[in-house]
Design a protein around this ligand. Structure first.
Ligand SMILES: [Zn+2]
Ligand SMILES: [Zn+2]
Length: 959
């Protein structure tokens, strides 16, 4: 034997080396598959099965896949073949095969089946044996034959076999319900039974055989499974763990480790490794420690999240009732790429949602803080939607990572000042002259878009006295969308006058009348912008907005477009003629006249200015569209202000979401820093529709103006509300106007998850319905009408990433908004600790300890007598000690009082959670659930009997 083979055999733990007359003929790396070893082993004599087993078991300890071939110095003969068949079968199935074999030829053996049933049973087994011979490189054939039917002389034997087969089958089927204690395989026992042809067939033998058959079936199963689980090679790649199923055989997949358990059995160490993947699947892998699955690998796997590649056999784990893997090979994979921020001075993220932004934010604060730390950021904000639930987690994360936490909230702000007029005038409505007008335009932005049609009617004493309809050449092509909506085409406008030529006519028509229009913000802004563009003075006519009045008069109506208002006022609105200025103006007048009657029916002298004093009805708040507003706490007082606002918004102004009126924020703003938020913020909306003046007015409310990566606004582009160019124009307008006003601009990410790979989870949230069935703002029903599109990527960006997003501003400006300004805001904020010393500041009630004790014991004595049975006394003492020493007595007492008050007021009170396992809670009347073991109690004499032999056995189902 060569040295090489000697050390190889030692390497695979073979000690009785002298029994192995083998040597290497060739060992080489496979040319095409570099990690595979090909070897040819030459053997002097044919194999003895037990040696082969030993050799194979040894090979299982080697770490690389191998391809093995044997060659022989002495050709095995038929006897060798029969011996190996007997041993092979015996080892696998734990009993002799009983096959009749004709071995008269030197090159093949003939298996003679006594009947078809026997054939059916053995064919797959013989086929396995053929594979086995291939593996051994034994060049024999096996021929199978069913013996011609002869009159059964041998009834008892075949009968016995039949029974045995039936029993085996039955045993296989019932085996799962059986306990899996190791069966005894007594070969002689079986032989005795099967060989005793003379034996009388009776119930006893049948039963005995059944028992043995069951044991054997179990053993066979286990052995077959053992062989399967240890059989290497032919690994099928799996992309995700969840794809591994009962029909998977050998599998190959990558995963992360979440747990590892090491158990020692003698000198072997068994590992159970918990694995998961990014797709959300998880599986356990078990294996024995060996040369490659060694201590070093185990140490690596003890680190949470270690990436590994696992190759092994999949199986269904009956104990855990889930798929598992017998691992053959485990390879370390490189760790995840650690995010980097190479910028010298880092940005600060001022807009971030944790998992407490319900159904919107993904990650826990510690994940964000760790990420920020890895990037080298020194501060970060938390701005959940209308809540502060993540503050304790944020504080802990800040303490753990040393990141300065900026505590904030993204509020849903509403303007509940009711605005349905402009330029208030003391004109009595019933005596006024009106011009009811409507415009068609090239788009929604009064600054960039142009008027294409002016339609109006002049109304005096309720009667239309004059009407005007003018088409106007906008000197540009119409967007397709506008042509679709209005049916006005470029051809219709090409020979029409431009706006400047028709202003004198329009102004003369309007004269000094009250202007009535539906959505005055829109129409009036267009008129004013158009006038100033040509150096004309702005209009100062009184204006009435029927859109706002519609909200006031029909608060329950979900939508207030002209068509809906017509429906509410029972005026016919023809959708075919709609969206042309002359038609809409006429219809609007038909609506306006009865509205006027409704408004003045109680007060005939109501003036235009009086309309400005209409109070916001409470119901209206529900329908006011909130705008997003960020508030960061500057100091302790600011934290308190945030808490107040969060409370108000949930208690007083909750409607679909927790809204907060602007005036409530204004009252507390001295200790807050206000940011203008996202595409749902007032600043961005104003920039899209109302031009510079309105934008200046809107911005004045904020301490800093947010702009976000253009991708964050892509929803609007994808929904067809604006083009990418228009979007860029709006964002640049925001920057320009903010600069004019000297308000700092900050680039914020509106972060909803840590890394890009978490995006998928938010996509899932977006498809779910929120509270009250309201869809996610980025997934409205109307999204179904446009082609599918990707949601924006809102991960936590590094400084470089953000600079790149802001590159459209030029390098200097990009740096200012990304780095300089965000740091300046962070520096304005004190280090804050929402929960000082992590201490629970429980409320104090004088003497609550004694009160709680008295409560509990008086009830206990009332139920169980005085003195109490020892078991109850002990338990109550133990519970009360724990409650009181940890400062919870006041909580219990408060709970007691709440339940008492609720019951007195006629509410049904149910309890849940751990309160069901507290006897003190029962005795303090907090819960009706008694956590003691089931018992009988006599109300009169306090006799107590626990569930016992004499009573039916009840088990407490609580907790
Ligand atoms: Zn927002
Ligand atoms: Zn946000």
């Amino acid at each position: 034997m060569t040295k090489r083979m000697l050390s190889f055999l030692k390497h695979i733990n073979i000690e009785n080396i002298d029994d192995f007359d083998i040597d290497f003929e060739m060992v080489s790396r496979n040319r095409f598959k570099r990690d595979q070893i090909d070897m040819v082993i030459v053997k002097k004599t044919p194999w003895k099965y037990h040696l082969l087993r030993q050799f194979q078991d040894g090979l299982n300890r080697i770490d690389y896949p191998y391809l093995l071939r044997f060659s022989y110095v002495t050709r095995p003969d038929i006897d060798d073949l029969l011996n190996i068949l007997d041993d092979w079968y015996q080892t696998l199935y734990r009993l002799p095969h009983n096959l009749e074999i004709d071995a008269t030829n030197d090159d093949f053996i003939k298996v003679l089946y006594s009947d078809e049933t026997e054939e059916e049973q053995y064919v797959p087994i013989i086929s396995d044996f053929r594979d086995f011979l291939d593996f051994l490189n034994y060049e024999f054939s096996i021929v199978e034959e069913v013996k011609p039917k002869e009159e059964a002389i041998n009834i008892p034997k075949s009968e016995i076999r039949k029974i045995l087969r039936k029993a085996t089958l039955e045993a296989e089927q019932t085996i799962e319900e059986e306990s899996t204690t190791r069966p005894v395989h007594d070969r002689s026992e079986v032989e005795q039974l099967i060989e005793s042809e003379k034996m009388q067939l009776n119930e006893e033998t049948e039963e005995a055989m059944l028992k043995i058959a069951k044991q054997n079936a179990r053993a066979m199963r286990r052995e077959r499974e053992r062989v399967r689980l240890n059989k290497r090679g032919n690994y099928q790649p799996f992309e995700t763990i969840d794809d591994i199923g009962r029909d998977s055989d050998n599998v190959d997949f990558s995963a992360k480790v979440f747990s590892i358990e090491v158990n020692e059995y003698g000198d072997r160490k068994r590992l159970v490794i918990g694995l998961f993947d990014e797709a959300g699947g998880a599986i356990y892998a078990n294996t024995y420690q060996n040369a490659t699955i060694n201590d070093e690998l185990v140490i690596e796997m003890k680190k949470w999240g270690t990436n590994v590649r696992v190759r092994g056999a999949a199986f269904f784990d009956d104990y855990n009732k889930s798929m598992a893997v017998r691992a053959h090979f485990i390879d370390l994979l490189p760790p995840d790429i650690i995010p980097e921020d190479k910028a010298e001075k880092k940005r600060v993220e001022l807009h971030l949602h944790s998992n407490m932004s319900a159904m919107d934010g993904i990650n826990h604060m510690i994940e964000y803080a760790k990420h920020a730390k890895t990037l080298g950021h020194h501060a970060m904000a938390i701005t959940d939607h209308a809540v502060v639930q993540s503050y304790p987690a944020a504080q802990e994360a800040a303490e753990k990572t040393g990141i300065k936490m900026l505590y904030g909230v993204e509020f849903y702000m509403i303007d509940d000042v009711f605005r349905c007029i402009k330029n208030p005038a003391d004109i009595i409505l019933n005596k006024a002259k009106y011009v009811v007008l409507d415009l068609e335009t090239t788009g929604l932005n009064c600054f960039y878009d142009r008027i294409i049609e002016f339609g109006a009617v002049r109304v005096e004493n309720g009667i239309v006295v004059e009407s005007l309809d003018i088409l106007i050449n906008p000197e540009r092509k119409l967007p397709k969308k506008i042509i679709e909506i209005t049916n006005i085409t470029d051809e219709m406008l090409v020979d029409k006058p431009i706006i400047e030529e028709v202003w004198p006519k329009i102004l003369a028509f309007i004269d000094d009348a009250i202007i009535v229009t539906h959505n005055a913000d829109f129409d009036f802004s267009f008129i004013q912008h158009s006038l100033t563009r040509y150096g004309r003075p702005k209009l100062n006519n009184p204006v009435i907005d029927t859109l706002a009045l519609s909200r006031y008069l029909f608060p329950q109506s979900r939508n207030h477009r002209l068509g809906s208002l017509c429906r509410n006022m029972e005026v016919t609105y023809n959708e075919d003629s709609a969206h042309r200025a002359d038609y809409d103006a006429r219809i609007l007048n038909e609506v306006w006249q009865p509205m006027l009657v409704m408004l003045t029916k109680d007060d005939h002298h109501l003036t235009h200015a009086d309309l400005g004093k209409l109070e916001t009805p409470n119901t209206l708040r529900k329908y006011l569209r909130p705008t997003h507003t960020i508030a960061l706490a500057k100091n302790k007082a600011g934290l308190k202000a945030l808490y107040r606002l969060v409370s108000y918004s949930h208690v007083d102004y909750f409607a679909d979401v927790a809204k907060i009126p602007r005036r409530e924020i204004e009252k507390l703003r001295k200790d807050l820093i206000l940011g203008s938020a996202c595409l749902n913020g007032e600043v961005f909306k104003t920039a899209t529709y109302y031009g510079d003046d309105a934008l200046k007015e809107a911005m004045a409310f904020y301490d800093y103006i947010e702009i976000q990566p253009l991708e964050n606004y892509s929803f609007l582009v994808n929904m067809g509300e604006m083009s990418q160019e228009e979007l860029l124009v709006h964002v640049k307008d925001i920057v320009r106007v903010a600069d004019e006003l000297g308000i700092p601009i900050c680039a914020t990410g509106d972060v909803h998850y840590v890394t890009k790979k978490h995006k998928i989870f938010r996509d899932v949230y977006m498809n779910a319905k929120g509270i009250g069935g309201v869809p996610h703002p980025l997934n409205p029903y109307s999204r179904n009408r446009v082609p599918p599109f990707e949601n924006p990527d809102q991960h936590y960006r590094s400084t470089d990433e953000m600079l790149e997003c802001m590159a459209f501003l030029g390098p200097e400006k990009a740096y200012e908004v990304t780095v300089t300004n965000t740091n300046a805001i962070a520096d304005m904020i004190e280090e804050l600790v929402p929960v000082p010393q992590n201490h629970l500041y429980t409320p104090k009630i004088e003497n609550s300890e004694q009160i709680l004790k008295d409560l509990c014991f008086s009830k206990a004595h009332e139920l169980y007598g005085n003195p109490l049975p020892e078991i109850i006394q002990t338990r109550l003492d133990k519970e009360l000690n724990g409650i009181i020493s940890n400062g919870y007595s006041v909580i219990y007492y408060i709970a007691h009082m709440i339940v008492k008050k609720a019951r007195e007021d006629g509410y049904i009170v149910g309890s849940r959670g751990s309160v069901g396992s507290s006897l003190a809670a029962t005795m303090a009347n907090i819960t009706e659930v008694n956590p003691l073991a089931p018992h009988y109690r006599c109300p009169a004499c306090k006799y107590l009997e626990w569930t016992s032999e004499s009573m039916p056995q009840y088990r407490s189902g609580y907790d």
